[in-house]
Write a protein that binds this ligand. Structure first.
Ligand SMILES: Nc1nc2c(c(=O)[nH]1)N[C@H]1C(S)=C(S)[C@@H](COP(=O)(O)OP(=O)(O)OC[C@H]3O[C@@H](n4cnc5c(N)ncnc54)[C@H](O)[C@@H]3O)O[C@H]1N2
Ligand code: MOO
Ligand code: MG
Length: 422
C-alpha cells in the first residue's frame, strides 16, 4: 500500500472524506457568545416585524383625505391633538381635521393613514396647537405597516448559517437570548517527525521548528472547530498506532501532518496496511500534497496531511476545512469554497501530471481579474503563505498555462474573496 497507491481526484477524495462525517449535536448558548457559531435550527420570527404600524419619519400623522389640495401657497391647517415619542402608545384616535405630532419609530394613532415630515409643514420647529401642511398626501404614504418586513412565524435564519453580526441583530429582534448552535467539534492535532522542535527551542543541526501545528490550529479555530494540541507520536508503527488510538478517544476527528509519503519513518503511511484501519485514500491527484491520506480508525476520521508546509496548507484548505465545517453543520461546508476565473498574470509552463495549486494573489485592472502566482512554487516553501489569498489551478498535462490565459482560481482568504465579489 505504501508504494502502490491508487490516485483519486480531489473531488472524489473530498466525497470519501465527508461521507464519513456527521454534524455534531446541538447546545444552547447565550447570544453574547454566538458570533461565528453555526445555527443548529431554523430561527422563526416570534412576532411581526415591525410589530406595530409606525412612523418612519419625524413629522405629523394625518388622515390623507384631510390634506387634499394642500400646497405651499394654500396650506391646509390641522389641529394637533397629541405628541407621541417612540415607545409611547397613542391615546387619541385621529378624527377629521386632526393631526398627531409623531417621532420616528413611534406607534401610529388609530385613524392615521399617512405621515408628513416636519420639513413639509410651516414652521417645523415650533410646538403649536395647529400645523399647516404644504403638500397633500396619498393614503399609505410614509407608513411602516405591521409585519411588512417579516410576518410572525416566517423563517428568518436557517440551520447551518454561520451567525454573523446581521444574524445577531435578527436574533435580538425576535428575543432569542439563548441560541441553538451546533457543538464545536474537537479536532486533535498531531505532528509527526523527530526533526520537529517546539517554537521556543533553540535550533540544533538537522532539526526545524514545528510550524504546521500552529498554522493548522488557527485554521481549525477559524473554521469553527476546537483545536486540541496533542504531542508525542512515536515513529515505531505499533507504538504510534496505540498512541493514535488514545488520542482519538478525546476528539471528534484527528489531523496529522507529515509521515504520509514513502519514507522509512513515514509512520502514518504504514497504518494503511493495518487490518483494523480503513484506508479512504492515500494519493490525490494534486500538487503539492499528492500523498495526502485519510483513514478511519476506531470509528473516527484521521485526516493525514503532508508535512511540507505548503502541501499541508493546501491539504488543510481542500480537506480539513470542509471536514471541520461539515462536523460543525455549516451549510456551505462541503466545498473548499466557490472558484472564480481569472487571467494568469505570468506564464507557468512546468508540466505536471496532476492539477497544480499555485498560491497567489489577485489584482483587478480595467474590470479584469488577474491572478499572480507566487515566485517560488516548491511544495515546502512557506514564507509566501501569509501573503497568499488564493490558489491558481493549473490543469494537468503538457504545457501549463501562458500569461493571458484564463485559469480557475480558488480563493482561500476571506478578505480577497469579499473584494472580488463586488
Ligand atoms: N521517494 C519519494 N519521496 C517523496 C515523495 C515521493 O513521491 N516519493 N513525495 C514527496 C512529496 S510530494 C511530499 S509532499 C513529501 C510528503 O512528505 P510527508 O508528508 O511524509 O512529510 P514528512 O516526510 O514528515 O515531511 C516532509 C517535509 O516537511 C517538513 N515538516 C514535517 N512536519 C512539519 C511541521 N510540523 N512543521 C514544519 N515542517 C514540517 C519535514 O521536515 C520535511 O522537510 O514527501 C516527498 N518525498
Ligand atoms: O506533494 Mo509534494 O507537496 O508536491 O512536495
Ligand atoms: Mg515523509
Amino acid at each position: 500500500m505504501r508504494f502502490h497507491r491508487q490516485t483519486i481526484s480531489v473531488e472524489e477524495a473530498t466525497r470519501r472524506l465527508l461521507s464519513e462525517l456527521e454534524r455534531q449535536g446541538e447546545e444552547q448558548i447565550a447570544i453574547y457568545e454566538a458570533a461565528g457559531r453555526i445555527l443548529a435550527r431554523d430561527i422563526t420570527a416570534t412576532c411581526d416585524l415591525p410589530p406595530f404600524d409606525r412612523s418612519p419619519l419625524d413629522g405629523f400623522a394625518v388622515r390623507a383625505a384631510d390634506t387634499a389640495g394642500a400646497s405651499a401657497d394654500r396650506p391646509v391647517t390641522l389641529e394637533v391633538v397629541e405628541t407621541i415619542a417612540a415607545g409611547e402608545v397613542p391615546r387619541i384616535a385621529l378624527g377629521p381635521g386632526k393631526a398627531t405630532r409623531i417621532m420616528t419609530g413611534a406607534m401610529l394613532p388609530e385613524g392615521a393613514d399617512a405621515v408628513i415630515m416636519f420639513e413639509q409643514t410651516e414652521q417645523p420647529g415650533q410646538l403649536a396647537r395647529e400645523v399647516r401642511l404644504k403638500r397633500s398626501l396619498r393614503a399609505g404614504e410614509n407608513l411602516s405597516r405591521r409585519g411588512e418586513e417579516v410576518p410572525a412565524g416566517s423563517v428568518v435564519a436557517k440551520a447551518g448559517e454561520r451567525i454573523n453580526p446581521g444574524t445577531l441583530a435578527i436574533l435580538a429582534t425576535f428575543g432569542y437570548k439563548w441560541v441553538p448552535v451546533v457543538k464545536k467539534p474537537r479536532i486533535g492535532l498531531l505532528s509527526t517527525g523527530p526533526e520537529l522542535l517546539g517554537i521556543d527551542e533553540p535550533l540544533v543541526p538537522g532539526k526545524i521548528r514545528n510550524s504546521n501545528a500552529i498554522m493548522l490550529a488557527a485554521m481549525i479555530a477559524e473554521a469553527g472547530g476546537i483545536p486540541v494540541m496533542l504531542e508525542g507520536l512515536p515513529d515505531e508503527p505499533a507504538a504510534a498506532k496505540a498512541r493514535l488510538a488514545a488520542c482519538l478517544e478525546d476528539v471528534d476527528m484527528l489531523v496529522t501532518s507529515g509521515g504520509v509519503s514513502v519514507g522509512d519513518f513515514d509512520v502514518i503511511a504504514s497504518l494503511a496496511d493495518e487490518p483494523d484501519v480503513a484506508l479512504l485514500f492515500n494519493k490525490v491527484a494534486m500538487r503539492p500534497g499528492s500523498p495526502t491520506t485519510a483513514l478511519r480508525y476506531q470509528n473516527k476520521l484521521i485526516c493525514a496531511l503532508s508535512g511540507n508546509p505548503g502541501a499541508c496548507f493546501l491539504g488543510a484548505c481542500l480537506f480539513l476545512l470542509p471536514a471541520v465545517r461539515t462536523l460543525s453543520g455549516e451549510q456551505t461546508g462541503a466545498s473548499p469554497g466557490p472558484t472564480i476565473w481569472a487571467t494568469l498574470g505570468e506564464t507557468y509552463d512546468k508540466p505536471c501530471p496532476y492539477p497544480r495549486y499555485l498560491r497567489g494573489r489577485l489584482t483587478e485592472e480595467g474590470g479584469r481579474l488577474y491572478v499572480w502566482p507566487d515566485w517560488n512554487h516548491k511544495a515546502g516553501n512557506l514564507c509566501t503563505m501569509s501573503m497568499s489569498e488564493c490558489f491558481a489551478i493549473i490543469p494537468p498535462g503538457g504545457r501549463g498555462k501562458q500569461a493571458g490565459e484564463l485559469v480557475e482560481v480558488l480563493p482561500h482568504a476571506m478578505p480577497s474573496w469579499e473584494r472580488v465579489q463586488v
